[in-house]
Design a protein around this ligand. Sequence first.
Ligand code: V47
Length: 357
Amino acid sequence: MGLLMDLKTRVEKKERLDQADGEALYELDLYTLGTLADEIRQKRYGKKSYFNINRHINPTNVCADICKFCAYSATRKNPDQYTLTHEQILDIATRSIENGAKELHIVSAHNPKDGVEWYMGAFRKIRARHPYVHIKSMTAAEVDFLTREYGHSYDEVLDMMIENGVDSMPGGGAEIFDEKVRKYLCKGKVTSEQWLDIHEKWHNRGKESNATMLFGHVETRAHRIDHMLRLRDLQDRTGGFNAFIPLVYQKENNYLKNCNFPSGQEVLKTYAIARILLDNIPNIKAYWATSTINLALIAQEFGANDLDGTIEKEAIQSAAGAKSANGMDLDDFIALIKNSGFTPVERDSLYNELRVY
Ligand code: V47
């Protein structure tokens, strides 16, 4: 009890916390932890909650890699393979932009039939037609896949992304950094060290990115803390991460069983701890597609200041059971944020405020 009181005081004094402290934070009761995280959030953002008008595009589900948690990849349970043409991708982008989307979030599976040029050609085509839309694309897992498959270096792929119109990188593929868990989940895919290296190289080019953590499966609390601290270390060096996104594991249609599926309390504690530990990453995103909108709204009181966006269509999490396949109506989103006592603020992809509702 004494140690926990001491921890509370150290959080209030904004002391930097370590692995043991992070693990101890989980022992605090939910109310105390939430209050600590909320104080930090309110000091920075008051009652503002950020979202953007975005469109997720998942151009192919054909995948050379095998991740136990994935229900999207068409190599195993999902027999319906698809790959969109550049024309189809451009049509989807154009329709969404005409309907107000300001960000295209483009994430694919690792399709061995699609070379670097397939990716770059798609970006060029979008950029030629839509000079101002923000293209957030290419997870570090995709960058790594392209280098493995086609012999390019990370530097070459990252430079090509910039030349062809990619503005920022999404946070996908971070899973859990602990090497043993990662090997169990997704052996052969980008390693933890490589994921961090790719983001560091991207940041060193003056570019920004996000970072995810997939949790609520076989990992322990200690693994989550270790994951956050590895991100904090990199952020100390580069300052390039905009947002940390704890993704709640969705359990349908995949091969990852016997999971420690988290309670709502555990999810809220994880958001709150992220807000407290990650003193150098400005935004904690409660991605409603995986947390459910109900919990995302509550997470606003547990450190989260961002709810992602309207999404419009989404194939990765919805394949595993999330209710995000058709996104969220903008008016409903705004009303939900307002009714939960927060001020909806539309942001751009780099967190500049566009409109306060
Ligand atoms: O990398 C796969 C995850 C990620 C499951 O940067 C799953 O703003 C839960 O990275 N349950 C892709 N998650 C999505 C992503 C993302 C999402 C929203 C915002 C941003 C951002 C990035 O989805 C993958 C993987 O970690 N994922 N399967 C599953 N069963």
